[in-house]
Design a protein around this ligand. Sequence first.
Ligand SMILES: Cc1cc2nc3c(=O)[nH]c(=O)nc-3n(C[C@H](O)[C@H](O)[C@H](O)COP(=O)(O)OP(=O)(O)OC[C@H]3O[C@@H](n4cnc5c(N)ncnc54)[C@H](O)[C@@H]3O)c2cc1C
Length: 400
Amino acid sequence: MRVTDTADAVVVGGGTVGGWCAYFLRRSGLNRVVLVEKRTLGQGASSRAAGIVRTQGGTPWAVRLGEWSRRFYLSQRDEIGIDSGFTPQGYVLPCFTAAEVAAAHERMAMQTGLGLPVRWLEPGQLDALNPTLAPGLTRGGTYSADDGYLHPPRNVLAYAVALATAGVQVRERVACVGLLTRGDAVTGVRTSAGDIGAPLVVLTGGPELADVGGLAGIRVPSGGVRHQVAVTEPHPSLAAERVPMVFDLAAGLYWRPEEGGLLFGMSNPDEPPGEATSVDEPYLARMRRRLAELVPVTAGLGLRRTWAATIDYTPDHLPIIGPAITDAGVLGGVVIASAGGAGMMWGPGVARAAADVALGGTSAVVDVADLGLDRFDAAGTSRLRTDPIALPFPGTITQL
Ligand SMILES: Cc1cc2nc3c(=O)[nH]c(=O)nc-3n(C[C@H](O)[C@H](O)[C@H](O)COP(=O)(O)OP(=O)(O)OC[C@H]3O[C@@H](n4cnc5c(N)ncnc54)[C@H](O)[C@@H]3O)c2cc1C
C-alpha cells in the first residue's frame, strides 16, 4: 500500500534508540509521530543484546547517559505500566595489573564526582563479594551496586507497549529509502510505502546507521561487527545472589547471572568489521577457557544457548547525537542518533537526548555539544578521546 501523508516527526528504525525516541517525541507534545521500521520492532541489535546496564562509564558522557537510562528503567512501571526487566545486580570491574588499578582510581574519582555510588574493593573484599571468582587473582576493582541488567526482548516489548499507548504510529516492514529536502532543510521521508512529509526526522539504524545516513548523503562513521553471547547450563553455585556482574575489560569478556547459569558475552579485538552470520567457535572456546580460569565452576558446564549478532560501534566508542551533515553543510530538521554499541546501558538516554535536540537543539540529559558528526574528520577519525571502558571494537570504519 502506498501512502502519502504528513507527520510532526518521523523516526527511522525501531530498535531501542528509535523506539524510545519516538515515544519521547510524542510525550513531549508532538501530535503525529511516525516510526518506520524496515523489519519488525527490535529485529536489529536490540533484541539480541546481553542486557548489561553499566553506569560505571569511562567518560562523563557515558556516566550521565548510563545514569539517566538506569533511572528511566526504574521509573518505567509507574510511567508506562510495563518495564524492561531491569535488575540491580551490582557490577565489578576487576583489575589485574598496577596500571589498571591506577586507571580505575582515576576513573572512580570522575564517577563519584558525578554522584555515582562507585567504591573500591580491595582484593579480599572483591573475593568475598564474589564467591564464584577464583580467589587471589585480582588486585581489587571498582564496584557499583546500582549497575545491573535488563532483558532485551522485554525492553522491546516495553517500548512497543509505550509506543502503542502513547499513540505513535508504528509502520513495520516499511523502509526509509531517502529524505525529501528543500534547500538546506528536510521536508519529509521517502519510504518503501510512499512519502511522509515532516519537518523533523531522527535517523537511527544501529549497525546499519551508516547505510541509513548514506540514503541521504550523510556520512555517519559507525559500523557493525560480530559480538557473541553464550549461556551456561544452571549450577547451584551460580545462584543469582552469589554472582555480581563482572567485566574483564582487557579480555573483552563480561558475565551476569541468567536462569541459574551464567550469560557471558565477548568481542574479539581482531574481528574485522562486517555483519555477523555465525558463531566463531574457536574464539568462543578461548573465552570459555578464560571464564573457567576466573570462575572455575563454569569449567565443563554445558551451554544452553549461544548466538552471534552484529553490534553497532563508533570509532571512539562514544554515542552520536547531533544534526545531520551533508557535503553541503547541516541539513536542518534531521538528527542522527547512535548508542555506539551501548544501547542497553545508554539507549533511553541517547533517545531522550536525540528527541531534545530535534525539538530544541540541546538536552538536559547530557551535553551534546561534542557528540555530533562534526567531531569526525573525512576518514571517520574522532577528535575525542576514546571511551576507555568499552568492548574491544574495531578502531576504524570500513563503510566510509
Ligand atoms: C550480541 C549483542 C550483545 C549486546 N549486549 C549489550 C549489552 O549488554 N549492553 C549494551 O548496552 N548494549 C549491548 N549491545 C548493543 C545494543 O544492543 C545496541 O547498541 C542497541 O541495540 C542499538 O540500538 P539501535 O536502536 O540503535 O539499533 P537496532 O536495534 O539495530 O535498531 C535499528 C533498526 O533500524 C532498522 N533499519 C535499518 N535500516 C532501516 C531503513 N532503511 N528503514 C527503516 N528501518 C531501518 C533495523 O531493521 C533495526 O530494527 C549488544 C549488541 C549485540 C549484537
